[in-house]
Design a protein around this ligand. Sequence first.
Ligand SMILES: Cc1ncc(COP(=O)(O)O)c(C=O)c1O
Length: 471
Amino acid sequence: MSAANGSAGAAPRFREPCADVLDLVGWTPLVRLNRVTEGIRTPVYGKAEFMNPGGSVKDRIGLAMIEEAEEAGVLEAGGTIVEGTAGNTGLALAIAAASRGYRCVFTMPDKMSREKVKLLRAFGAEVVITPTSVPSDHPDNYVNRARSIAESTPGGFLADQFYNRANVEAHYRTTGPEIWEQSGGAVTHLFAGAGTGGTISGTGRYLKERSPDVRVVCVDPAGSVLAGYFESGEVGEGEPYKVEGLGNDRIPGTLDVEYIDDFVQVRDRDAFATARRLVREEGLFVGGSTGLIVHAALAEARRLDDPDAFVVAVLCDWGERYLTKQFDDEWMRNNGFLSRRRTTVAEIVAAKIEPLPGLVTVTPATPVRMAISTLSTHNVSQLPVVVGGECIGSVAERTLMAAVLADRKVLEADVGSIMEAPYPVLDERADAEEAKRLLTGGSHAVLIRADGELDGILTRQDLVRSLAAAP
Ligand SMILES: Cc1ncc(COP(=O)(O)O)c(C=O)c1O
């Protein structure tokens, strides 16, 4: 138990009672990253914004925007707060609104996790889901939708985080000074992302006022238009991406590029992989936007290789709201972010519930009557017809039964006279996906060859059972 959490020594944050939940916002810890920085001499710290009561960096702006609106007289008692949000700003506003008695209506693009929707509704907010894939000037875009709802709601106040300077000022007044003090003025690099740009613009401005050499790096999802705009001044065509909360398809009014030294683009795949590493190697349960930021911070820390540097990365939000996303292996696989664990056909055969001692076969000369009793003796539905170790045909229970019911004399015929096409053969090391392709493409079974010999058989039933048993 270290001094930082209030046993002895350093004054803990909450020695005095708090007036309300909003006193819990800010003064989040700066945590050293250790295992993900193995082999990197440059120290890297995370600013743990998930420690805010709403679990994200946005808690700092929720209260700030409400207080500014109250002072300006645009938000009055009994009013309704309306905002377009990736979720976290909504939560920050909902917490402040709960303690101030305001109603909330949020618009949210459908790409955001359902955990976030449930969270906002848990705070009593109304949530309107809007299509993600509409242009930024479309009336159904979540920011535009929020604007029209606010205009048509009596007492409606649009927080307008993408243009509200209170957003930037909140970070200039709080996040910047905290990092400066917690690093003892030693911070050399700030890594953050930009959704509205409020965090990086406010924090960056403060740190540069204290030390102009502090390097401020904005980490942008591949597909966002912000990095391109920083390079060329042009707003390009955005591409869809999965990371939530960062990047943009327009240039927000709260992004002050004059305080940003560089933009780095990172792919979804690297963001999610790094977020999963932070959980499993540092015990820091964080979201994808944090993975994106830390991925770039680690790359720069490795390049710097300087024990005297002091790199700070913003850990934006709590990972629990992404349990159905990057922390769900199936979702990761379905989105191509995690290679499917390669299962071989041999593994499926080995996992059979009632594995047979060997491959049960018949020859073309086997009487149909004997083939039928072989099927029932071994409780199987398919039999390969094999000559000289090669499959030259097949007989299935359903076709044999049908032939015998049509003509009883078939019982005395030999299998060769009524057999069907041979089964395809796969090497035991073949990928199960290949067997799946064959079995869903018309084959009733697939034979397995091991060490050059036909060694096993895989039916659709076996495959379905193994898929059903898979985690
Ligand atoms: C998860 C997450 N990370 C980062 C950010 C970016 O913060 P800012 O809007 O201050 O640029 C957001 C903003 O919504 C967010 O939700």
